[in-house]
Every structure is written in C-alpha cells, then in structure tokens.
Write a protein that binds this ligand. Structure first.
Ligand code: ADP
Ligand code: MG
Length: 674
C-alpha cells in the first residue's frame, strides 16, 4: 500500500494488518436476494441486477451536478442518481451489467438515490460474488469499494494466520469455529447464520480478553501486601463523636464493609456507588480518620478545585475539635504555600490532605500514605489512580461515584473492585419535584420562583456550554445574569459563577451564596458535582435539552439537600426524540440507578463509560448492553481460569496471555503478569 493510502487508513486507526483484520463492518447489505425492478416500492430498499441503457451527466441550477445512470431488467427501468459526484461517470459504460442497492424514490420517474453498486465484469464481481456485503465506517477520500477490496486482499493472504486464543476446553464447550474462519465470515459472510456465529464468537472473544484482564487485575491487587489498620471500639467511638448526625442504615453498612477491608492486610480497592446526596463525604471522612488514628496519612481527591475547597471546608468543620492536621492542596495554591504543604506531607506533619489531582503530580511525596479516597470517580482515570497508589506503599483505595452504573453491569465490569452501594438517603429528605417548563409557562415559572425567594429560599440557574465556546458560554451567562437582575428579578440579588473566573473569585461567590448574600446564583456547568448548599431549593436548568442525563441528575442533586420541598425546573425545547426522552426520564424519576439504566440505553455503552477513562480498551464489536449475557459467560469462564492458574503459566493459556498483553499495552502496568 502506498504512503497516501496508509495515511488515510491511519485516520481510521488502522496501522497494521492485524488492525485491518479486526476492522469490523458497522453494518451489512444483504444483497443475497435480488428483486425485479417491477417490485420497486417507493421508500423501500431494493436490490436489483440490471443492464445500463444510458448515462447522463449534467449540471443543474446553482452548479449542482447530477449523474443519472438508466438501467433496466426484463420487468422495467429505473434511474440510479448521484448528486455532485460527476467523476463517478467514468465507472459506468452502456451495456455494463451491475447490481444496485438503494432506496426507491419517485421523481419524474423511479430513482435509486446514491445506491450501492457493484459492476459485474465478465459475469463476475470484484468482491466475493454478490451476497451479504460489509459496510465499513469510512473516512474522507476512501470509498466502500476500495476498503472492501483492501480487506478482501488482506483476508485472502493473512486470515489463516489469525490465532485462536481460547484454551481447548472453551473451544469445545462453545463449539467455536477457528478464529481464521470467524474473521473471514465477519467481513464476508456466506449467510446470515454464519455471520451470527462469527459475531457471537468474536464478541465472546473480546469480552473474554477483557474479563481475563479484570481477573488478573483483581488478583494482583489482592496479592499485594497492604496495611492492616486497627479499627476497634475506641477509634470508632472517637470518630462517631465528631459526626453531628445519626448515620443511615446504608451508611452503617458501607462503613462496616470499608472497615473490614481496612483491617485486612490486603489493600482495599473499593468502589462506592451512591446517589447524589446520599452522604458519601462523611464515609470518606470516616475511612480517612481510621487511617489517621493508625498513624498513617490519608488523601482525599476531588475532580475540581471548587469541590476540593468545599470538601476542605466540610472536613474542617467536622474536625474543629480534633487534633487531626488538615491540609489543602490544589493547582492554584501559590508556590510558597505549596512548598510548605509538600514539606509537611513528606515529613508527616499533615495527616489528612484534601485536594485536586494536583495531589498526584510527581514531586509530591508522602511520609506514609495509608488511604486514598477519590471522589466522583468518573472524572478520574484508572492510571491516575495508579499513580497515586505508587506514592504510598500499597494504600487502601476508596473510589466514590455519584454517577451510578446499572448494578449488574457494575459488578461484572468492575470485576477488579469490590463494590458498595449507598442506596438510602439521609432521613427527612424530600425528593425534588421536577417540571419541564414549556415556553408559554416561563412567566408562571418566574412568578413561582419569586414566591420561593420571598420565603427565604435560594435558586440556582444553570447555563450550558454554548457551542463549545467558552467565550459564548460566558456571554450567555453574563447576559442572562443581566436579564435576571434587571428585568425579571429586580428586587433580588443575583450572583454569577463561571469557568473564566479565578479560583479565589469562584470561592468567594460560592461562599457569598452559602451565606445567603445572593438569592439567585447563575452558573455554568462548573457547579455540576458535589456542591452543597442546603438552603437552595430551586434548580433552573436553561437549555436542558443540551445536557446529558447524568449531568441533569447531578445538577438536580444540588438541591433537595435540606428539609424543605425543592423544585427542579427544566427549561428547553428538545430537538430530538432522545433529548425528549431524557427530559421525560428526569420528570419521572429521581432514582440515580434508574436514570443510569436509561442513560445507558439512550447513549449506548461506549459513550456512557467513556471507556478510556476507565482504563478499558476500546470495544470493537461487543456492546455491553446488548451482549450482557455473553459478558456474564465470558466473565465466569475467565475468573475460573485465573483462579485455577493465577499467572496463566499453563501452556494452553499462552495465547490468551499474549493477547491480553497486546490489547492492554500501556495499561499493563495495572497487572502483574509473570
Ligand atoms: P454526596 O453523597 O452527594 O457526596 P454529601 O456527602 O455531600 O452527599 O451529603 C449531603 C448532605 O447530607 C450533607 O449536607 C451531609 O452533611 C448530609 N448528611 C450526610 N449523611 C447524613 C445523615 N446520616 N443524616 C443527616 N444528614 C446527613
Ligand atoms: Mg459528594
């Protein structure tokens, strides 16, 4: 292949022959059933075999070019029409026989608009005869036909070298055909049935590799020698003494689970899933204090400065009367202060450090880091977690997330972690009432808000990121603040918070809002996670249709934190069925797990997980949602194997071991494969 074409393929992520073999079709055209032109139904897809009678390439109004190829079979005639592709004319010659596949349209006569075509030369087609034809994801300057030819050539020469990774037992159990066959059939299936067999096999293979990796990771973590903390009645009573409320049943249960982990010599690697407002912070504090009571340091990481600051203030309040030495470190801390904190971390003068991911940047050394808590995990990558792990010996790790993953899936996917569910809200919470406000109800909504403000409540008004442009975002939030201040709520105090402000300014505005110096806080999305202002009972989301479900749920989580009824008002006009469904879901339920499930369905797993962030390889063929039954099987098989042979040292596991290393490449650090 020449350099030009390799460049094009590289854009598709294809660099090697292996990549080509594993570049799977996104769809198939089933041309195996040829129809007659007389069977054309307007609006339906049709596949025909016909002869070219005439060709016309012309320029219509406004310079638009139209290529029409008139074809016929023994039952009728139809035109194949392409717009603005005049160069296609060279492909066709009167008298050629060809297959066409496309949607039937009626103009002055019957048309196929931009159909797929395959010209039959000397009675034979270029590509695998004519049957079920792959449709690949493309990039500019490379056509389906070209890519098909490339892949077909590669298949013919190299498919036989694709190796089976499965041990015999699995091949026998599932009656898998050889990988070489599966790879051929996934590209050019002889029949739909064989396509499905090949697909199932490759899906299983992909998930099996993933789950083997999970099993190895779990094992390597479990194999590490960690700290065995003591958490007896004394420590316990001490900690409880500083918590001003009674813990919920769920909090008690989760704390028990964490305590058991911390007492164990094996390092904790636990994921805490809890809905917004379920009270995760105090659990983090609890765990941190166990570490501190044992003479170790604890680190509490948040995804944004604002959150880190908030956590710091919260923790500070809790610890007022204790002797725990607390520190705060964020990216914007000034150099001198930073230096001092760093010194105190390395000589052990700080027990508990709260901060952003600045906490894991290279120069920072801990004296004896025993526990790491990572809040709002979806903003952190696995590798970052690893970096921090490396700072201590083998600190216990607790990851908290408020973007729940459907339960079954979480257990299966995060196979390397133990999972706790915080599925109960603190008492006295009243779920927010959510309304979707149509344009003509906006005035009514403003009146309602005015009434609540008169009762002493506070309001968030959220603006989305407009057109990905920070400038525009800023403008709309600023303009909106002016409008609210001058026109809608002239009697109220309206504050503004946006991403362009300096950290100190942001903190000041947040503090002012908390201290009720504003009635209304207009903000961009930076307020999304974790902000805690119990007196704010109204969340207005402008252009709600532009937010994802998880974001909407997070935003709504900012209210309903006190004992008053709270309200979430969604302004916006959805432009698609999906965005309408998102708003409907929000109105229907406040349950984070239900919302997660819906989100998963609407977005598809790829986007849902942002796989890279989770340290997962890109899934080429499987869909974690649809292929869940296969995932479960693959997981069971994988864990059985790794339990039996933890280092995959047996001869029959060498292939799978190699594959796992290939697929996980740079993420391999996460495991110990010997
Ligand atoms: P999240 O899980 O979203 O991080 P937080 O930890 O911020 O939730 O807790 C939300 C609010 O609930 C905080 O104001 C916190 O002090 C309060 N809270 C947490 N646990 C309890 C409890 N058991 N009883 C009463 N209030 C609680
Ligand atoms: Mg939180």
């Amino acid at each position: 292949m020449g350099p030009k074409r390799s460049k094009l393929l590289e854009r598709l992520g294809i660099k090697t022959i292996y990549d080509l073999l594993y570049y799977f079709p996104r769809d198939y055209n089933d041309f195996s059933k040829v129809q007659k032109i007389s069977e054309s139904k307007i609006g339906a897809n049709i596949t025909i075999q016909a002869t070219i009678d005439g060709i016309q390439n012309r320029v219509a109004r406004r310079g638009k070019s139209i290529l029409e190829v008139f074809v016929s079979d023994e039952t009728g005639t139809i035109a194949a029409t392409w717009f603005n592709q005049p160069f296609l004319v060279n492909k066709f010659h009167v008298g050629d026989r060809l297959f066409l596949h496309g949607k039937v349209n009626s103009y002055k006569y019957l048309q196929l608009l931009s159909p797929e075509y395959e010209i039959l030369r000397d009675g034979a087609s270029d590509v695998n005869g004519w049957g079920i034809i792959p449709v690949y994801p493309l990039t500019e300057h490379i056509s389906q036909t070209q890519l098909r030819k490339i892949i077909l050539t590669v298949l013919q020469q190299y498919a036989e070298f694709v190796e089976d990774v499965f041990p015999h037992t699995l091949t026998k159990k599932y009656l898998f055909s050889p990988a070489a066959i599966a790879i051929q059939h996934i590209h050019f299936p002889p029949s739909m049935e064989q396509l499905n067999r090949a697909k199932n096999r490759l899906i299983y293979e992909e998930l099996f590799v993933l789950e083997i990796a999970m099993a190895l990771r779990r094992l390597s973590i479990k194999g590490e020698q960690g700290i065995s903390f003591k958490a007896g009645v004394n420590v316990d009573a001490h900690i409880r003494n500083i918590i001003p409320f009674t813990l919920t049943g769920a909090q008690e249960r989760v704390i028990r689970e964490i305590k058991d982990d911390m007492k164990n010599t094996k390092p904790m690697n636990r994921l805490l899933q809890g809905d917004v407002g379920s009270g995760k912070t105090v659990i983090a504090l609890y765990a941190a204090l166990i570490a501190v009571a044992n003479g170790y340091q604890a680190a509490f990481m948040a995804p944004t400065e604002l959150l880190a600051q908030q956590h710091f203030h919260t923790v500070q309040k809790f610890l007022q009367k204790s002797q725990v030495r607390l520190g705060l470190l964020t990216g914007s801390s000034d150099a001198k202060y930073k230096k001092e904190i760093l010194a105190q971390l390395s000589n052990g003068k700080i027990d508990l450090i709260v901060g952003t991911h600045a906490l894991i940047e290279e120069p920072i050394m801990f004296k004896n880091l025993g526990l790491v808590v990572i809040d709002e995990q979806h903003k952190f990558g696995v590798l970052q977690r690893l970096k921090l792990r490396k700072k201590g010996m083998s600190p216990d790790v607790l990851i908290m997330t408020a973007t729940p993953i459907p339960r079954t899936l979480a257990i299966t996917l995060f196979g390397d972690m133990d999972i706790s569910f915080l599925d109960e809200l603190p008492p006295g919470r009243i779920p927010a009432m959510t309304y979707w406000i149509s344009k003509n109800k906006e005035t009514t909504a403003y009146e309602f808000i005015r009434g609540e403000i008169k009762k002493g409540r506070q309001v968030f008004v959220i603006y989305p990121l407009v057109e990905q442009s920070e400038k525009l975002e800023l403008k709309s939030a600023v303009t909106e603040t002016e409008r609210l201040r001058n026109e809608i709520f002239p009697e109220c105090r309206v504050g503004l918070l946006h991403g362009k402000m300096k950290p100190a300014e942001k903190e000041q505005v947040m503090a002012d809002f908390k201290e009720k110096r504003y009635d209304i806080l207009v903000s961009t999305i930076i307020i999304e996670v974790g902000i805690d202002v119990p007196n704010a009972t109204i969340m207005v989301i402008e252009h709600a249709e532009r937010f994802g479900l998880a974001q909407l749920h997070q935003l709504r989580g900012r209210i309903g934190r006190g004992s008053e009824q709270s309200y979430c008002l969604l302004f916006g006009v959805p432009k698609s069925a999906v965005s309408r469904e998102r708003l409907r879901t929000m109105v229907k339920t406040c349950d984070g797990f239900k919302i997660a499930e819906m989100d998963f369905k609407l977005r598809g797993p790829g986007e849902f997980f942002g796989t890279r962030q989770h340290g997962l390889p890109e899934l080429k063929i499987s869909n974690l949602f649809h292929d869940f039954p296969i995932l479960q099987k693959a997981r069971k098989d994988a864990f059985e194997i790794v339990n039996k042979d933890p280092y995959l040292s047996s001869e029959e596991y060498q292939k799978i071991k190699q594959r796992v290393m290939d697929v996980f490449k740079d993420r391999l650090e996460l495991f110990t494969i010997r």
